[in-house]
Design a protein around this ligand. Structure first.
Ligand code: GDP
Ligand code: MG
Length: 440
């Protein structure tokens, strides 16, 4: 998706006024890019029609920079479809809050149940997982394992009772949770490989029996064109209040996000981004949109970067970002390049997903860079590569060596940790392909 849009916007960028032909050309490219990303055809059609109409309208004609305005429109429309604002979980006024999961087999429901429980626990809740997938022989056990890893309680039918009734288990589970004062109940349900009437009825019955505060439809972000039909089937069969996009790690291009959000008009609430229990993030519509669209700024960045720091170095940094092995040594190298390039704020502001970091860096001036450099220079190469080894006495030594205080050293390490974490997120979310920078 990103690749082609980059090209399109680059072409637009060089133009002053836009002709109808320019707009058509652009819309064609956007269409092709979205289809490439497996956004469903109906959604692509509706989207491009809207963009075309607005791009030919007055707002673009009157704009100082029409090309920029088109990019703006595409961004707005994307954010709009993806739900606009970030939506949070809704809790019941009278606990327990009941959260039911639905979705095809393998979509990631059970894994998500564990992730959500873990996160809720961190926020001080006392979730319990209810095992209502009685279809697959091992499903109850899988949920028990996940719950144990998450440190959450489980409600499951007694083993050896034959095939239990999932609706009854769900109802008993909520009852049990209420008695045991669990404030949140997460109901894991069965899925089939394809949409199937019996499964749908079972899910609908569980919903009726437990009256959940949230029904979350979990969908694998890699499914592509099928996303629309699956989502529609679940909306008609069970209906849901929100969507969880799973497996957004790997090379998922996010097409499913656009399709599902557009067709069901339901908000995407979470992005599940890995097999680990901590790999769960809130879904931010604007970030998803800018993951696609931050490209214009990247081009500017590259133009500037080419004067100050050579392409090979940029490539190396991009590679490190992707491989998540960004170290203080790299940080030092970058600081030096940034001094050459002028303001650090400006550079970070031009990297996608760096908005938050930019804010932190607003107070960060050039002298600060010098101080930072001094501290990093006082570290041994091993310490730069792995700041985790920095214990108290090492920090004291570094502070003395650099003429700074231990607090300064602590702050730097903390800031670096934050930066590294953020970069990891960017890299995991897939930094878009940038021409001239190679695959990232
Ligand atoms: P369920 O059948 O809907 O309960 O799906 P599971 O939770 O059992 O997940 C199916 C498979 O997908 C398992 O192998 C999980 O480890 C894997 N999985 C689930 N969520 C994610 C994710 O966000 N990223 C990746 N890479 N794998 C995931
Ligand atoms: Mg499961």
């Amino acid at each position: 998706l990103s690749d082609r849009l980059t090209e399109t916007f680059r072409n637009l960028r060089t133009k002053g006024k836009l002709s109808a032909a320019d707009v058509d050309q652009t819309v064609r490219e956007i269409r092709r890019a979205l289809l490439d990303a497996d956004v469903a055809l109906v959604v692509v059609k509706e989207f491009t029609a809207k963009v075309r109409e607005r791009a030919l309208g007055d707002e673009v004609n009157r704009a100082l920079n029409p090309a920029q305005q088109v990019v703006q429109i595409v961004n707005e429309e994307l954010v709009g479809i993806l739900g606009g604002e970030q939506r949070r979980l809704q809790f019941a006024k009278n606990p327990p809050t009941v959260i039911m999961l639905a979705g095809l087999q393998g979509s990631g429901k059970t894994t998500f149940a564990g992730k959500l429980a873990k996160q809720l626990e961190k926020d001080g809740h006392t979730p319990i997982l209810v095992a209502c997938d009685l279809q697959r022989p091992n499903a109850v056990n899988q949920l028990q394992v996940v719950a144990e890893r998450a440190g959450a309680a489980v409600f499951a039918p007694e083993p050896g009772n034959g095939v239990g009734d999932p609706v009854r288990v769900a109802r008993d589970g909520v009852e049990y949770a209420r008695r045991q004062q669990h404030d949140i109940v997460i109901i894991d349900t069965a899925g089939r490989l394809g949409v199937d009437a019996e499964l749908m009825k079972q899910a609908a019955d569980i919903r009726k029996a437990t009256d959940p505060d949230e029904v979350l439809f979990v969908i694998d972000a890699m499914v592509g064109q099928d996303a629309v039909n699956t989502a529609k089937a679940f909306q008609e069969g069970v209906d849901f209040t929100g969507v969880v996009l799973s497996k957004l790690d790997g090379d998922a291009r996010g097409g499913a996000a656009l399709s599902v959000a557009s067709v069901t008009q339901r908000p995407i609430i979470f992005a599940s981004t890995g097999e680990g229990l901590e790999d769960l993030e809130p879904f931010y519509p604007d970030r998803m949109a800018s993951r696609i669209l931050d490209l214009g700024d990247i081009l500017t960045l590259i133009e500037q970067a080419q004067q100050a720091f050579d392409e090979e170095e940029a490539l190396a940094v991009a590679e490190k970002l992707a491989n998540e092995q960004f170290t203080l040594e790299d940080f030092l190298g970058q600081l030096q390049q940034m001094k050459k390039m002028g303001s650090m704020k400006k550079m970070l502001g031009m990297l996608p997903g760096m908005g938050q970091m930019k804010q932190q860096l607003e107070q960060f001036d050039e002298r600060e860079i010098d101080r930072t450099e001094a501290i990093i220079r006082s570290m041994t190469p091993a310490e730069r590569r792995n700041p985790k080894v920095l214990n108290g006495s090492r920090r004291l030594r570094i502070a003395r060596g650099s003429g700074m205080t231990v607090t300064d050293v602590n702050q730097l390490v903390q800031r670096f940790d934050q930066a590294a974490k953020m970069m990891k997120t960017v890299a995991r979310g897939g930094v878009p392909n940038i021409p001239g920078m190679g695959p990232v």
